[in-house]
Design a binder for this molecule. Structure first.
Ligand code: ATP
Ligand code: MG
Length: 140
């Protein structure tokens, strides 16, 4: 089934010049980039984005990290895009990520893991709407 998912190249990926490499992985996996832009979140915007994690021990740190510099936010589209992109990213902790995944190739630790991807249809809808309006998204 054709799906849309939200992808973010996190501040560590942008500052380490990994934008092209991440996009290469995405395109090589057959996913289409339906929209994309560079943004810099405020702390409050990062807290709103990761609000599902409010109260967890890493919440303050991850929202500091996500608001520390520019990110690339993208809408990806393709067959089973949500699970396909999660697989392509690899485990949250890059040390446990499978060979060939973006986090294994480029991640530094459990927090600075280069990329974000929506984990369900509900979160994809919320997360895409958080950054994009319908007019900004291409239909393939
Ligand atoms: P994302 O939502 O960014 O795609 P994920 O779904 O693999 O990642 P989540 O459990 O949703 O993982 O955590 C969100 C983000 O919070 C992680 O990607 C990571 O940057 C950070 N994070 C998660 N767990 C930890 C932890 N134990 N310590 C530090 N940071 C963490
Ligand atoms: Mg998550």
């Amino acid at each position: 089934m054709k799906e849309k998912t939200l992808s973010i190249i996190k501040p560590d990926g942008v500052s380490r010049n990994l934008i092209g490499k991440v996009i290469d992985c995405i395109e090589n996996a057959g996913l289409k980039i339906a929209s994309g832009k560079m943004i810099k979140m405020t702390k409050d915007q990062a807290k709103g984005f990761y609000r599902i994690h409010e109260g967890k021990p890493f919440f303050d740190s991850v929202t500091d990290f996500m608001s520390s510099g520019p990110c690339i936010v993208m809408v990806l589209e393709g067959d089973s895009a949500i699970s396909k992109y999660r697989e392509l990213m690899g485990s949250t902790d890059c040390k446990q990520a499978a060979e060939g995944t973006i986090r294994k190739l480029y991640g530094t630790d459990i927090e600075k893991n280069v990329v974000h991807g929506s984990d369900s249809q509900d979160t994809a809808a919320f997360e895409i709407g958080y950054f994009f309006n319908g007019l900004e998204i291409m239909a393939f």
